[in-house]
Design a protein around this ligand. Structure first.
Ligand code: GLY
Length: 349
């Protein structure tokens, strides 16, 4: 079994193995004695995998209760959050019990924030079922919900006890959802390790276990240094600054991965025009993005995107931190004026 140890807080392991959904109970015993286990999941994932998770937990001695909500970002709100808390309370979960987040990013964010809040914090274990959750959102402790004013505006940094990633679960993903996760993997190539580009070059021959392992290692190396995103963790936002603006302009009709792909390409083109990265590198990056049917362009104007960008919660009032791609696997954080950010954005469109 591939294991990545994440030494944030008291530390936890990310286990990556085919078929590991059937071993979650046994693995969980390493960190939580038999108790009440609340599975939080969405209706899609529930139909596919909840029975296997339940069987594994019951075999290991856990008493299982389950909360299921409608799949999709629209559920990641205060209403669902409160319903989960009420569910946990009505099932008499105590602080020594445990939550299992079975699903993609929405499930992980909601279940993690519920775990952080219920009784001021009970333990939770992530079981990602999308590539995006496997390589990004299940690791690093960001949890939260959306507010009417924007995405992820309420939340907590709250680390799981363990992450169990079964790459076989990704087989049931629609191709576009799988490709959404590929955008985050490609991002790791830009910010940290050019070998990721080689791993991603042939979509039909992906060694998905190794890709997840390497991505999680890169994310681990960032979050152990800067859990609360005060500095280095901002490099994980490559492609996200302009990407979030695209998502916002589309009223979230454009998926996160597609928006990040556009954001990565815009940034690379803007940096090429500013003489920071080479044309060869920008072309290589765009070619890899396109292999996963992800977009590299947007029709939104620089003005609309910039307005959306100004409302991003990560923007500091006196400027903005951009992730600048230099050479494959090497980038730099640069705090620039809003005027400079607008210039790069306009040049990259
Ligand atoms: N997804 C970016 C982060 O976890 O910081």
């Amino acid at each position: 079994m591939k294991t990545v140890d994440v030494s944030v807080g008291k530390g936890y392991n990310v286990y990556i193995e085919r078929g590991s959904i059937d071993r979650v109970g046994e693995l969980a015993l390493e960190v939580v004695k038999p108790c009440t286990a609340a599975i939080i999941t969405d209706d899609k994932v529930n139909a596919l995998y909840a029975d296997r998770l339940t069987a594994s937990l019951e075999t290991a001695g856990y008493k299982v209760v389950k909360f299921v909500f409608p799949n999709g970002e629209a559920s990641k709100n205060a209403g669902t959050f409160i319903n989960i808390l009420e569910f946990l309370a009505s099932n008499h979960l105590v602080r020594s019990d445990v939550i299992f987040a079975l699903g993609g990013g929405v499930v992980g964010d909601l279940a993690g924030f519920s775990a952080a809040s219920y009784l001021r914090g009970i333990r939770f274990i992530q079981i990602p079922t999308t590539l995006l959750a496997a390589v990004d959102s299940s690791v690093g402790g960001k949890t939260g919900i959306d507010l009417a004013a924007g995405k992820n505006l309420a939340g907590a940094f709250y680390q799981p006890e363990m992450v169990v990633c079964d790459p076989d679960l990704l087989k049931t993903l629609d191709r576009n959802i799988f490709c959404d996760g590929c955008a985050e993997v490609i991002k790791y190539g830009v910010i940290s390790d050019a070998r990721i580009f080689d791993m991603m070059r042939e979509p039909d021959k992906l060694d998905i276990e190794s890709i997840i392992e390497r991505s999680v290692e890169i994310k681990r190396d960032v979050v152990v240094t800067d859990e609360k995103e005060l500095g280095l963790r901002q490099i994980l936002n490559y492609g996200h600054t302009f990407g979030h603006a695209v998502e916002k302009c589309s009223n979230f009709g454009i998926s996160h991965g597609s928006a990040v792909a556009i954001g990565m390409a815009v940034m690379a083109r803007g940096c090429e025009k500013a003489g920071i990265c080479s044309r060869d590198y920008r072309e290589m990056l765009e070619d890899i993005i396109k292999k996963y049917d992800l977009p590299i362009n947007t029709d939104y104007s620089a003005e609309r995107l910039f307005d959306a960008l100004l409302s991003d919660k990560k923007r500091k009032s006196d400027g903005i931190t951009l992730v600048i791609p230099k050479t494959p696997g090497e980038c730099e954080l640069a705090k620039v004026s809003l005027e400079k950010a607008r210039e790069i954005l306009s040049a990259g469109l």
